[in-house]
Design a protein around this ligand. Structure first.
Ligand code: GDD
Ligand code: MG
Length: 298
């Protein structure tokens, strides 16, 4: 089965990290984010990942010139202009000549959501699209979903004001889509799957959802990019090439390749990107550190 992976956004919430590379090429515990996402798809039977590229497509082409990533075949679909989520999925599916029911995912979501549950529900319900749901405390930065007991979606509201969210269940950014849905997406302008396509399917009773309360994170903000890594590492992770002074104190942090940490530095709940340096006596807490920047997450 094919999966369209959306990786064409500008990653504005992760600037300045994303000024020089796309969000999905940022390192997440020693590997580019895209490898975590595509690797999990491959483990679940996806044989081809169609990358929907917009911003800096060259970064992906340079990293995977053989068109393979984490054991999965890649197809590069480069948009002529930003087409937004629905337009990007439709363009990529057309370019890659996707014919059958396919999976589509947001390329910044790292999750253990079982695809098989989504596919089983999709086949049994007559849905045109079936979407994964995950619970969150503050739904206001996500697509919020209300379903009836058989999983049919009654409402899909993208980024409602915090006090108006109709539920805690949000769009996890993992979809099973029938090719018939592509006919609803205009070819000549950008279109949002969250604001146009899904609400249109809700009207027709053709959007279904499957809820799952497992590991799920959208790594697209500084705080989430940080938390995703500490969660994946299961606490502190130090790359073998990092040079850490024996008198430095590191707790609950991810230290990547060629990092230098000097004496008596204290680092907690932080991520140090490759080649960053921490001077003696520095104190770093809940921050993302690069060779050029320190990015606070609170
Ligand atoms: N090719 C392409 N073209 N990709 C795009 C474009 C575009 O014009 N715009 C965004 N993307 C990609 C981003 O790179 C990202 O992988 C994905 O589409 C989703 O965009 P985000 O900007 O990360 O969206 P979000 O996090 O605010 O919200 C989305 O994800 C939430 C779950 O993580 C929505 O789908 C929400 O409904 C959802 O809850
Ligand atoms: Mg996102």
């Amino acid at each position: 089965m094919d999966a369209v992976v959306l990786v064409g956004g500008f990653g504005t919430r992760l600037r300045p990290l994303t000024l020089t590379r796309p969000k999905q090429m940022l390192p997440v515990v020693d590997r580019p984010m895209i490898e975590h996402v595509v690797g999990r798809l491959g483990e679940q039977g996806i044989t081809r990942a169609v990358l929907s590229l917009g911003y800096r497509p060259d970064a992906f082409e340079a990293a995977y010139p053989e068109r393979r990533c984490a054991g999965v075949e890649l197809f590069y679909a480069v948009e002529p202009q930003p087409l937004d989520t629905a337009g990007a999925i439709a363009f990529a599916a057309r370019m890659a000549d996707v014919q059958d029911t396919f999976v589509a995912v947001n390329g910044d979501v790292i999750s253990d959501f079982p695809l098989i549950d989504l596919l089983d529900a999709h086949r049994g319900s007559g849905a045109a699209a079936t979407i994964a749901l995950t619970p969150v405390e503050d739904p206001s930065r996500y697509g919020v979903v209300v379903c009836d007991p058989d999983g049919r979606v009654q409402a899909f509201v993208e980024k409602p004001p915090a006090d108006e969210a109709p539920s805690q269940w949000i769009n996890a950014g993992i979809y099973v889509i029938d090719p018939s849905v592509l006919e609803l997406i205009p070819e000549d302008r950008p279109a949002s799957i969250e604001r146009e396509t899904f609400p249109a399917l809700v009207q027709k009773g053709l959007l279904y959802a499957v809820a799952h309360d497992g590991f799920w994170i959208d790594a697209g903000t500084p705080a989430a990019y940080l938390e995703a890594q500490i969660a994946l590492a299961g606490g502190t992770h130090i790359h073998s090439t990092a040079e850490i002074d024996p008198n430095a104190r590191i707790t609950n942090s991810v230290i990547m390749a060629h990092v230098t940490v000097s004496a008596d530095a204290r680092i907690a709940d932080s991520v140090l990107l490759p080649y960053s340096t921490v001077p003696a006596n520095a104190e770093i807490r809940r921050a993302i550190v690069t060779p050029d920047h320190h990015i606070a997450t609170e």
